[in-house]
Design a protein around this ligand. Structure first.
Ligand code: ATP
Length: 261
């Protein structure tokens, strides 16, 4: 299918978004396409996290609408939402002192009964997620003994084990070295290639330009000023308007690479 005509996964329409009782975003309308990687870019404090947090209930839509594949998310029970959307928040300050496989199993909670006893299908999906993230050999290690890059893989495996069509990642590469960042981006790309929809916040413009299919640019005024297929958005002045940098495209080995300065 033409990437410009992918069906819509998420739709915000004239949405006012609040954190607690504090209004953060006003009259936001935005479509997120299915089966693509959407990257949300914008300066600190423009409301990226608040926008995403409507998807895990940490912020709320106080007027307007938010739908997932046409179904309202606003009143959707938490457990049902968690079978559709997996959410990895920004860097966590508290790292659990539990084995890797136990943390990854948390991804199966939305499917389990009160006892939370994993069945064969849960165990299969947990193993599959750990394999995809390259952490099977760490299964018995305590999460708090791992490096930052490896921890991020473990959290990603937990999100994968949730087996949702939509994955939301808030700054998944922060504090990681370049190699670990590339590995996480490769993983994200492989998720998209397996049919998942991914939305993530990044701060690295080159990484965003390399990885995204679809770009959303927000401004200091907490507005979406550009949204669309990557090439279309990169051809506007949105990035230079918001970040004060110019984009330069260079061809290396037949592929395009983006530099911003
Ligand atoms: N719980 C809260 N109560 C009041 N204001 C809040 C709360 N959470 C966020 N805000 C404010 O909302 C605005 C948007 O914050 P948000 O974290 O969504 O921005 P962001 O674009 O994700 O920033 P960053 O890039 O720094 O992570 C900021 O001005 C922030 O101070």
């Amino acid at each position: 299918m033409d990437k410009n005509q992918m069906p819509c996964e998420l739709q915000f329409t004239s949405a006012d978004i609040s954190v607690g009782h504090t209004p953060i975003l006003h009259d936001l309308s935005l479509s997120i396409p299915r089966g693509q990687i959407t990257v949300l870019l914008g300066p600190n404090g423009c409301g990226k996290t608040s926008l995403l947090q409507c998807l895990n209930g940490m912020s709320s839509v106080s007027s307007g609408s938010l739908t997932y594949q046409g179904e309202s998310l606003i009143d959707m029970p938490e457990r049902k939402r968690a079978r559709k959307i997996a959410f990895l928040p920004q860097v966590r300050s508290i790292i659990p002192s539990i084995p890797v496989h136990t943390l990854v199993e948390h991804g199966r909670f939305p499917y389990q009964g009160f006892s939370r006893r994993p069945n064969a299908e849960d165990r299969r999906l947990v193993d599959q997620a750990m394999k995809a993230c390259g952490i099977l050999s760490f299964a018995d290690r305590s999460v708090d003994t791992l490096s930052g890059g490896m921890r991020q893989r473990v959290f990603l495996a937990m999100v994968l084990a949730q087996a949702t069509p939509l994955i939301v990642l808030d700054e998944p590469t922060t504090y990681l070295d370049p190699k670990s960042q590339n590995e996480i981006m490769d993983l994200v790309t492989s998720l998209r290639d397996r049919g998942k929809t991914v939305i993530m916040v990044l701060h690295d413009l080159a990484q965003a330009a390399r990885t995204a299919d679809h770009l959303v640019i927000m401004s200091d005024a907490r507005r979406v000023i550009a949204s669309g297929p990557k090439e279309e958005v990169l051809n506007t002045s949105a990035i230079s308007d918001v970040f004060g940098v110019s984009m330069h495209r260079v061809s290396i080995d037949g592929g395009w690479h983006y530099l911003f300065f």
